[in-house]
Design a protein around this ligand. Structure first.
Ligand SMILES: [Zn+2]
Ligand SMILES: [Zn+2]
Length: 80
């Protein structure tokens, strides 16, 4: 098992995870198929205690050889 990098933020609107500190002041911008970029703002979750290792994939980001849907392939789920 490899330790995967911890997200820094969660989108308040769509629940996407943010990894880039530079973009946390901007809108989320993630797209689901065919829709407009998400205009949600980021909720900062940049402490280790904000996250738990994903129980579905045991923190690997992969479940049954696919991207883990529980943690969006990150290996982490929000602690609250
Ligand atoms: Zn979003
Ligand atoms: Zn997972």
């Amino acid at each position: 098992m490899t330790a995967r990098s911890l997200p820094l933020a969660i989108c308040a609107a769509c629940g996407a995870y943010g990894y880039d500190r530079q973009t946390l002041n901007e809108a989320c911008g993630s797209r689901k198929q065919g829709s407009e970029p998400c205009g949600g703002h980021w909720l900062k979750r940049d402490r280790f205690t904000d996250w738990l290792s994903c129980h579905t994939c045991k923190g690997t980001g992969y479940f049954e050889a696919k991207r883990c849907p529980t943690c969006k392939n990150s290996g982490w789920v929000p602690a609250r």
